[in-house]
Design a binder for this molecule. Structure first.
Ligand code: IVH
Length: 694
């Protein structure tokens, strides 16, 4: 075991280095969650070895220092930090401590804004100073910058304004403004910022207030520091925490509209769950919630430790952004031959799942992100989206990192890569016929929901079918037999088994294999547009395929059509028309179609299916994320039933489907009186049309 004293010293050194990077250079070297873990470990050691705890330990101080370059200002009243809770059990334990100390069970719950704390001093109602937290006692004078914040009044409203008041709050950059700023930087060929918090911190600590003025910073206020009422009568509402927010609001200051009073741990827990579900639809980033004793007398009685009040606690959400090591950058070839780089990372848990790979899209993207192999990188997985490598942690470089070079040959078949057309960003493997990677991906794609939707036919089964030599390409897919599958260990039984009273021997086709055959059988009669999509013709996605199927009715007619006729079809156009003509010009493509047709795959729409067009003429908007559908799949489900999926809500919209973390569209729908549906309602609508959800 390591010597606790040595580990304690090591932790202090690490924490201080990380604090300096975060607070002074606005460029953190580890994720918030990892930092929290270091502080927790430090506290753990100090709890067991009290002799190691001293007033200078980071467990007793708040992070941050006063950078040179700004005048330092002493806060009239100290600015504190908050203790953290990482689970509901932690929150419950804190509430119990509060109650044991005689505190009441009434709490204010509110978002913990991921910005930077700021203290605003108003004298005679006039804003005279804005100061960063600094070390809690002394901060940096950023008054000139604070004055550029649009939502912050220079003069307090109302008549009962105190002589002197320090108002504490959080300065932040709204997520939308952050994204806009980054888009602009990228357009200008500059490096984007890593996250809104650091951008806000960097913006507020600009030497040139004119630069700060271009950043649409905002503030939410949530506490009072020093307060001298002077001639004004003390506002009685200041007797509770929630009352303070009314007072602040009355003065014209921005306060959170998500602060709520709750009694007991059960209610608090429900609030935390609700807030977390909305986490990504708020205007600013939040990293948790703050729970505060509502009664101010009780707050005073509970008091504070050297760094944090005992009457409040920060509940931290599980991290969505972590750092890990980028072990390697590799490339993969997809079904259309496009070769994409992806990062291989030291596995790391983010937002509840383990992440090892993340796409890097193309060589330009790797260059834009500026990541090197061996870098510590920030990985993000916000909500249920795909993991993303956000940026390298440049400050953590050791000099051992190396630049990645885009390979010149296909990783699967070794063919020299090329641009398909001049001006293409992507490099492709031109060997579509023989490249194993492309063949496997094309076959797996046929099984995907957007194509023929063949359960069991995924990446693994596709690879097994090709690697066993059973399939040379997708041409033979619908001719597969049990005999074929017996040659594939993945789809056969490893040992004797008995299912539904039937004895089966090792080597027989497994249940999965049998399901694959049954599913392929069913897939033969899917609508023509899905068959078209399954052929992996470049640019022919669901929308174009549906337009083609509707206009021409059969694959033969599409093949025979003159490119000009194709191009003038609504929803098709010249690029797609050319792509189709080129595709049918290649003999092995025609052979695939011939074999599929022989195997009974549907090659023409028989005009039926009108009963399926339950959404004919309806305009439907889907907002937020649904569990059972990606955005594209939802749009397809709507279109295939004759409806139109739109992205903006207007008075013409018939339904708005609201998924998790929906943004402003739901509110807009209510404004127009458009009916809202949840995911179950959406399913009912798809199945039975508007009558089913009336
Ligand atoms: S109250 C005396 N309320 O979180 C208590 N802080 O991790 C002062 N923060 O330093 C803090 N949102 O910068 C409070 N609603 C909120 C907050 C909040 C964000 C920040 C604040 C504090 C840090 C502690």
């Amino acid at each position: 075991m390591t010597d606790p004293r040595a580990r304690h010293a090591e932790l202090i050194q690490a924490i201080e280095a990380h604090r300096a990077a975060y607070y002074e250079r606005d460029s953190p070297t580890i994720s918030d969650a990892e930092y929290d873990a270091l502080e927790r470990e430090l506290r753990g050691i100090e709890a067991e070895h009290p002799e190691l705890a001293d007033p200078d330990s980071p467990s007793q101080t708040v992070g941050g220092a006063v950078a040179t370059g700004f005048a330092s200002v002493r806060h009239r009243e100290r600015m504190m930090s908050l203790d953290n809770a990482f689970s509901i059990a932690d929150v419950a334990a804190w509430e119990e401590r509060v109650e044991r100390a005689g505190g009441p069970r009434e709490f204010v719950c509110e978002p913990k804004i991921d910005g930077l704390s700021i203290s605003l001093t108003y004298e005679g109602g006039v804003l005279v100073r804005g100061v960063t937290r600094g070390d809690g006692t002394t901060g940096e004078d950023v008054t000139a910058n604070v004055r550029t914040i649009a939502g912050l009044p220079g003069r307090l409203a109302g008549s009962g304004v105190p002589e002197v008041v320090e108002i504490r709050g959080e300065a932040y950059l709204p997520v939308a403004a952050f994204e806009e700023l980054n888009e602009r930087l990228v357009d200008e060929g500059k490096a984007p910022y890593a996250n809104p918090r650091n951008t806000a911190a960097g913006s507020l600590r600009q030497k040139d207030a004119a630069v700060t003025a271009t950043r649409p910073l905002a503030v939410t206020t949530y506490a009072l520091g020093a307060l001298e009422w002077g001639a004004a009568a003390p506002d009685p509402r200041a007797a509770t925490q929630i009352g303070i927010y009314s007072v602040l609001k009355g003065w014209g200051l921005p306060v959170s509209d998500l602060a709520e009073v709750h009694t007991g741990v059960g209610e608090v827990e429900a609030y935390l769950a609700r807030l977390e579900a909305r986490r990504h639809s708020l205007v600013h980033e939040i990293d948790g919630a703050v729970i505060k004793v509502n009664d101010r007398d009780a707050q005073r009685e509970l008091g504070s430790t050297s760094r944090a009040p005992r009457w409040a606690i920060a509940y931290k959400f599980p991290p969505e952004e972590v750092t890990t090591r980028l072990e390697d950058i590799r490339v993969d070839v997809g079904r259309t031959g496009r070769v994409t780089p992806y990062g291989v990372m030291t596995p790391v848990t983010v937002a509840g799942s383990t992440v090892t790979f993340a796409t890097l899209h193309n060589a330009q993207e790797v260059a834009r992100k500026g990541v090197l192999i061996g870098d510590t990188v920030v990985v993000r997985k916000a909500g249920d989206v795909i993991p993303e490598i956000v940026a390298p942690v440049v400050a953590a470089r050791t000099g051992e990192e190396r630049a990645w070079v885009m390979p010149t040959v296909c990783p699967s078949c070794g063919t020299a890569l090329a641009q398909q057309k001049d001006g293409d960003v992507d490099l492709r493997c031109p060997n579509a016929e023989g490249c194993r990677g492309q063949i496997v991906d094309r076959i797996a794609f046929i099984g995907s929901r957007g194509a023929l939707d063949v359960e069991v036919l995924g990446e693994k089964a596709a690879a097994a079918l090709v690697d066993s030599g059973v399939l040379r390409n997708e041409g033979g897919l619908f001719d597969l037999s049990e005999d074929d599958l017996r040659r594939i260990s993945l789809l056969t039984l490893e040992q004797d088994s008995k299912k539904d009273g039937v004895a089966r021997t090792a080597g027989d086709v497994s249940t999965n294999g049998l399901r694959l055959l049954a599913n392929l059988d069913a897939a033969r009669s899917r609508p023509l547009w899905r068959v078209l999509v399954s052929l992996s013709i470049r640019h022919v996605g669901p929308t174009a395929a549906r337009a083609l199927a509707t206009a021409f009715g059969s694959l033969d007619a599409i093949r025979a059509a003159d490119p000009r006729t194709l191009a003038s079809t609504d929803g098709v156009g010249p690029v797609i028309a050319r792509s189709i003509a080129e595709w049918f010009g290649i003999p092995w493509h025609v052979e695939i179609v011939r074999r599929w047709a022989l195997a009974g795959v549907r090659m023409k729409d028989d005009g039926g299916g009108a009963g399926d067009r339950v959404l004919a003429g309806l305009i439907i908007v889907v907002t937020g994320s649904l569990e059972g559908f990606s955005r594209e799949e939802a749009a397809e489900a709507i279109a295939s039933r004759g409806g139109r999926a739109s992205s903006s809500v207007s008075a013409k919209t018939d339904f708005v489907v609201v998924g998790a973390n929906a943004g402003s569209k739901a509110a807009k729908a209510e404004q127009f009186g458009v009916p809202l549906l949840d995911e179950d309602g959406f399913a009912a609508l798809l199945a039975g049309g508007p009558g089913a959800v009336a």
